[in-house]
Unconditional design. Structure first.
Length: 131
């Protein structure tokens, strides 16, 4: 994840993922926990919609994903727009607030994924702090 420059609310980042084929999509889905992450066991099955493996037509579409290493406050992809020959993805990272003091599972985070029309150009992600 990127850090904003002092006094700035934005930072250019190289984070995020562009899934342009079925193999990359399935590899991403394999990393999603199959059961809810919780202390009480046995944990119920995860309700993550991507575990149902929705159909994506990779000849015409691609999937943009932004991960955040925070299991309490997930990122939000707010806008995808053309910028020159590429796409710019505006991602909001909500303020962690009081959750920053809570215990966390190492390596567990949140993500936001969107399906967009396929674009051959570069994709950049711009992060804006949440309010």
């Amino acid at each position: 994840l990127a850090m904003a420059a002092p006094g700035s609310r934005e930072a250019k980042v190289s984070g995020g993922r562009v899934l342009r084929d079925q193999a990359a999509f399935e590899a991403f889905i394999r990393d999603i926990p199959k059961r809810r992450v919780q202390k009480r066991q046995p944990a119920p099955p995860s309700k993550d919609p991507l575990l149902k493996k929705p159909a994506v037509n990779f000849a015409k579409e691609m999937v943009l994903v932004y991960d955040r290493d925070d299991m309490y406050t997930g990122p939000k992809i707010r806008k995808v727009q053309l910028r020159g020959k590429g796409l710019e993805v505006l991602v909001e990272l909500p303020n962690a607030g009081e959750t920053r003091m809570l215990a966390r599972v190492y390596g567990m985070g949140t993500y936001h994924a969107v399906v967009v029309p396929r674009h051959a150009g570069p994709v950049t992600f711009r992060v804006v702090s949440g309010r």
